[in-house]
Design a protein around this ligand. Structure first.
Ligand code: MOS
Length: 759
């Protein structure tokens, strides 16, 4: 089916079994706590994975690879001596640019699918970024490989590189327009509108590099059989990974199978696959034996992607009564010199508030840094740190409550696309959030609410995130026992795909959830867009919906009733006075149906966004500048919620990212050597338990019949959007110090306090 019309009432709306929306526990939870849901590195070829037979043609013991990384950011390898490493115990192979097999060339940069590009390893003696692979050591054990890796001797001719965004703004380039996303936007006349505005804000915000910090580090296990390559790895997008491997190894995609049954967090860092995958595959072919490679946490900082740092200039012009007349959001971010990624921080600014004169721009400065790419809510996560803090600054200047300012600038149509919203409940989120949080108790002036040494403050911010739908296919098979098997190359990156898809399938066929078997995480299965961009549940779920609809039709036909007269309940189909169990109807040969979803005109006719409102309360120590979050609350409107529990966990996790981006996260670039200084989780601080006291997420009832047949919207990335700005606004409300340079650390608070009242 294609999304060309709004969706009429369907079986998901009817929800006869009540499975849709229910707080169902993870169906893979038991396997996870029993250690039966292995991540790529834990896969043992001789053992089944999570109850699913692996069907592996190999049960050989894997050899282990370890990557030797460049210790310079730019230059040439003048010497690489592997002789000592080759003589080390257990070593089977040492690969360098001198003996690596021929591979595809990097890119192309303008590929339709960025994550399917060739990503050659050890291709030549050039070093383009710190941490790039310069050698690959394979040994009988991981310890032997790692130990031998230290024996590889290198010399470099170092070239000067450029490592600092702010220093090279004069070299900024305009990235090319994407088919569905222009680099810049211009409506009305911003310059005039802004110049004539009664009240103006002109502020520049900066955000640092972020890393994904997934729980599961990247790893891969590769082996060959009869010219076919199987790779177990952590990949959000199986089809992209399959093509990336084929393009790199110069083989056909049909020769490559990617298996990612269980993944411990993605956040965009597993949209691409990296050199560990390519090196494992090449070494395995050469050795005729499975090869397993894991990245250390420290290697991940340079060897996988990160979020670019940004400089964002926000200009807001408003009339004295708080109507925005002009909005400009200009973003500069870095990209690796060898790549072209742009952090599109201004995208949500194009749609969130009404204003006749508007401008957004994005510019990229190429630096000699490791590759940056999508990191949870790429663009908007940091874009809304700036926009939503600028809105707070404007509210203060206008003497308006920040919620009231947002209410006065609520658009009736998408302000840049000039099309209606499919559904938009920002106002309801703001109202419900304010009421639940106790916003009316907020003191409008800073430095007024005290508790001992602490100043207390409250802040809020809006949230919005685009809703996406991608083409997706699915096959469902019913056997004579009434057991339904669902197959698709979807991934569960820890979000709950297995669970919500089981709910959808069981609800559609009127089966108990125990009667549904979900097969995901294998590129041999029908293609889906995988997990990314918060499109996973909508896309894979809609393909599944279509397949189940087709199976329902087949079953109804077998029973001799019209589908509209049939009821699917308790493992039976009933209608026209007849009733039969699904297993009996499926018969000894079983019954199969396929389905697919394609995006259609609904995407172009309606602006599709999810919304939310964040509220935060913080305490700031008046002597030390220490910031402690006291509590946080979010209310979201994101279409139908398939599972209260998994959706709430998504939203809370995202809000915690917001806390981290406001207060802690900062991948510090060494501006002399072009590497990340704090490249481990001890020094790159993500919000931990002690930083996260009380976080609540609530969802409003919303059904959006224009998004997809499930009438859902993406929830994954919504919760991070604006979350950090609510914290920053609360810090200002507490202590009167406005910090525009993220993260908000105590040294910056102290500097602000000293400026406000010099000793
Ligand atoms: Mo997301 S940053 O598309 O995994």
């Amino acid at each position: 089916m294609q999304m060309n019309t709004p969706i009429a009432r369907n079986a998901i709306d009817e929800n006869r079994q009540g499975l849709i929306g229910k707080s169902v526990d993870r169906v893979d939870g038991r396997l996870k706590v029993m250690g039966l849901a292995p991540y790529a590195h834990e896969v043992q070829l001789s053992r089944p994975v999570g109850g699913q037979p692996l069907n592996e043609p190999s049960s050989e013991q894997a050899a282990y690879g370890f990557i030797v990384e460049a210790t310079i950011a730019r230059g040439t390898l003048t010497l690489i001596d592997t002789s000592a490493a080759e003589r080390a115990p257990g070593v089977l192979l040492v690969m360098t640019y001198k003996n690596a097999p021929r591979q595809g060339t990097w890119g192309p940069l303008k590929a339709k699918d960025r994550f399917a590009r060739a990503c050659p390893q050890l291709a030549n003696n050039r070093v383009a970024y710190y941490g790039q692979a310069v050698a690959f050591v394979v040994a009988q054990s991981f310890e032997q490989a790692r130990s031998a890796a230290r024996l590889v001797k290198t010399n470099y001719e170092v070239q000067n590189g450029e490592y600092e965004l702010a220093a090279y703004l004069n070299k900024a380039e305009k990235p090319e327009d994407q088919p569905d996303q222009k680099t810049d936007s211009l409506v009305g006349n911003f310059a005039t509108g802004f110049a004539q505005a009664a009240v103006q804000i002109d502020a520049t915000y900066t955000t640092p590099c972020h890393i994904h910090a997934q729980m599961e580090p990247h790893a891969s296990l590769a082996y060959w059989k009869d010219g076919h390559l199987t790779i177990h790895c952590a990949a959000q997008l199986l089809e992209s990974a399959q093509n990336a491997v084929a393009n790199t190894l110069l083989i056909a995609p049909s020769q490559v199978r990617i298996v990612s049954r269980y993944i411990g967090g993605g956040f965009g860092g597993k949209l691409p696959v990296y050199g560990d995958v390519m090196l494992s595959a090449m070494a395995s072919r050469q050795l005729g034996r499975p090869v397993k490679t894991a990245l250390t946490r420290q290697q991940m900082f340079h060897f996988t992607t990160h979020r670019s740092d940004t400089i964002q200039r926000l200009r807001l012009g408003a009339s004295a009564d708080g109507k925005l007349t002009a909005i400009a959001h200009e973003t500069w971010s870095h990209s690796a010199r060898m790549d072209d990624f742009a952090e599109m921080a201004g995208l949500q600014t194009r749609t969130l508030y009404a204003a006749p004169n508007r401008m957004t721009t994005h510019r990229v400065v190429k630096l000699d840094l490791p590759i940056s790419d999508s990191t949870r809510a790429p663009g908007e996560a940091v874009g809304m740190l700036a926009l939503e803090q600028a809105m707070d600054e404007l509210a203060e200047k206008l003497g308006l409550d920040p919620i009231e300012l947002r209410l006065r600038n609520e658009p009736s149509m998408d302000p840049e696309l000039n099309i209606p919203f499919s559904s938009r409940n920002l106002v309801a989120c703001l109202r419900e959030g304010a009421q639940r949080f106790g916003w009316s108790r907020r003191n409008t002036k800073p430095n007024q609410t005290t508790e001992g040494r602490w100043w207390l403050g409250m802040g809020m911010a809006a949230a919005t995130r685009s809703n996406l739908l991608m083409p997706s296919k699915c096959v469902v098979s019913l056997d004579s026992q009434g057991l339904l098997t669902v197959q698709m190359a979807m991934t569960d990156i820890g979000t709950g795909s297995y669970t919500v898809l089981t709910q959808v399938a069981a609800e559609m066929l009127g089966l108990p959830m125990m009667q549904v078997r979900m097969e995901l995480g294998d590129s041999d299965l029908p293609p889906t867009p995988g997990s990314g961009g918060s499109w996973g549940a909508a896309s894979a779920g809609s393909g599944l919906f279509d397949a189940c609809t087709n199976l329902r039709e087949k079953l109804a036909r077998k029973l001799g009733v019209k589908l509209t007269d049939a009821r699917f309940e308790g493992g039976r189909i009933t209608g026209n006075g007849r009733s039969e169990s699904l297993g009996v109807l499926a018969g000894p040969t079983g019954l199969q149906a396929s389905g697919e979803i394609k995006p259609g005109s609904m995407t172009k006719k309606f602006s599709q966004q999810a919304y939310g409102a964040h509220f935060a309360e913080v305490a700031v120590d008046r002597d030390t500048g220490e910031i402690r979050l006291r509590r946080m609350l979010g209310v979201f409107a994101a279409g139908r919620i398939l599972n209260q529990k998994t959706a709430q966990s998504q939203a809370m996790g995202a809000m915690i990212w917001g806390i981290g981006s406001a207060l802690h996260e900062d991948a510090v670039i060494d501006k002399r050597h072009g590497c990340f200084v704090n490249h481990d989780l001890a020094e790159y601080h993500v919000a931990s338990h002690a930083d996260v006291p009380n976080v609540e997420a609530h969802f409003l009832d919303e059904i959006d019949d224009k998004t997809n047949p499930l009438k859902i919207k993406g929830v994954g990335e919504l919760g991070i959007c604006g979350a950090g700005a609510a914290v920053a606004n609360a810090v200002y409300n507490a202590c009167g110090v406005r910090i525009r340079d993220f993260p908000l650390t105590l040294d910056k608070v102290l500097a602000g306090l000293e400026k406000a009242s010099p000793a």
